[in-house]
Design a protein around this ligand. Structure first.
Ligand SMILES: Cc1cc2nc3c(=O)[nH]c(=O)nc-3n(C[C@H](O)[C@H](O)[C@H](O)COP(=O)(O)O)c2cc1C
Length: 222
C-alpha cells in the first residue's frame, strides 16, 4: 500500500481481515451509556480496531417509552443505531458493554439479549473474547460496581477473558477509581455529575486495553 493511501487512512483487504473487531454493546434510557459507548468507539478506532456500536434490543412497550419524554427523545435520537444480534458477538474479538444500573444489576434489556446467546455459547463461539464493561447510576454508590460484576458473571460462563481496567493507568483515579470498569454518576438532570474529561480519559484507556487484550489473544483463537 502506498504512502498516500496510508495518509488518507485507506486499508488493504489483507489489513481489514487482520484488524481486531470490536463490538460496543450498550443500553441507555437517557443517553449516558450511549455517550460512554461513543467514547469507547473513538478509542477502539484509535487503537486500530474495526468498530460497531450497537444497542441491546428494546423490550419495553412503546407506551412506557412514550410516557417518559427523556426516554422517548433518546430512542428517537438513536433510532439509526443498529440493534445488536448474537452474530455481532460472534463477529467481535473484543466486546465492551455499557449499561445503567437497575437496582445493582444490568437492565433487563441486556439480560434478555444475553439470554439469546445460548446457541453461540453451545458452539463455543463466545469463548476467548476480550470483554470489559462500563456503567452508570444516579447515586455515587448506587450500584455501578455491582452492575459491572453482574455482566461479568455471564462473561465467565461464556469463557470470555475479562479485561477489566484495574489500576493499569493513573486516569482511573481521577474517574472515581472503579477497577472493574469505568463508571459514572448521573444527576437528576440526566447530566454526568463527575468530571466528564476524566471519565472520557478512563473510557479511552479501558477501550484501548480491551482491544490490546483481544490482539494478544489472537494466537489462542487462531
Ligand atoms: C428501574 C430503575 C432502577 C434504577 N436503579 C438505580 C439504583 O439502584 N441506584 C441508582 O443509583 N440509580 C438507579 N437508577 C438510575 C439509573 O441507573 C440512571 O438513570 C442511569 O444510570 C442513567 O443512564 P442512561 O442515561 O444511560 O439511561 C435506576 C433507574 C431505573 C429506571
Amino acid at each position: 500500500m502506498g504512502f498516500l493511501d496510508r495518509l488518507f487512512g485507506k486499508t488493504t483487504t489483507e489489513e481489514t481481515v487482520n484488524m481486531t473487531k470490536t463490538a460496543i454493546v450498550y443500553y441507555s434510557m437517557g443517553g449516558t451509556n450511549y455517550q460512554l459507548a461513543q467514547w469507547a468507539a473513538e478509542a477502539a478506532k484509535e487503537a486500530g480496531s474495526e468498530v460497531k456500536v450497537i444497542k441491546a434490543p428494546e423490550t419495553a412497550p412503546q407506551a412506557a417509552i412514550d410516557s417518559n419524554p427523556v426516554w422517548r427523545a433518546h430512542v428517537e435520537a438513536t433510532k439509526d443505531v443498529p440493534v445488536a444480534t448474537p452474530e455481532d458477538l460472534a463477529w467481535a474479538d473484543a466486546i465492551i458493554f455499557s449499561v445503567p444500573t437497575r437496582f445493582g444489576n444490568m437492565p433487563g434489556q441486556m439480560k434478555n439479549f444475553f439470554d439469546t446467546t445460548g446457541g453461540l455459547w453451545a458452539q463455543g463461539k463466545l469463548a476467548n473474547k476480550a470483554v470489559s464493561a462500563m456503567s452508570s447510576a444516579q447515586n455515587p454508590h448506587g450500584g455501578q460496581e455491582a452492575t459491572i460484576l453482574s455482566l461479568y458473571t455471564t462473561m465467565y460462563h461464556w469463557g470470555a477473558i475479562v479485561a477489566a481496567p484495574g489500576y493499569t493507568d493513573a486516569v482511573a483515579f481521577a474517574a472515581g477509581g472503579n477497577p472493574y470498569g469505568t463508571s459514572v454518576t448521573v444527576g437528576q438532570d440526566g447530566k454526568m455529575a463527575d468530571d466528564e474529561a476524566a471519565i472520557k480519559a478512563a473510557v479511552h484507556h479501558q477501550a484501548k486495553r480491551t482491544v490490546q487484550v483481544a490482539e494478544a489473544l489472537k494466537n489462542l483463537n487462531a
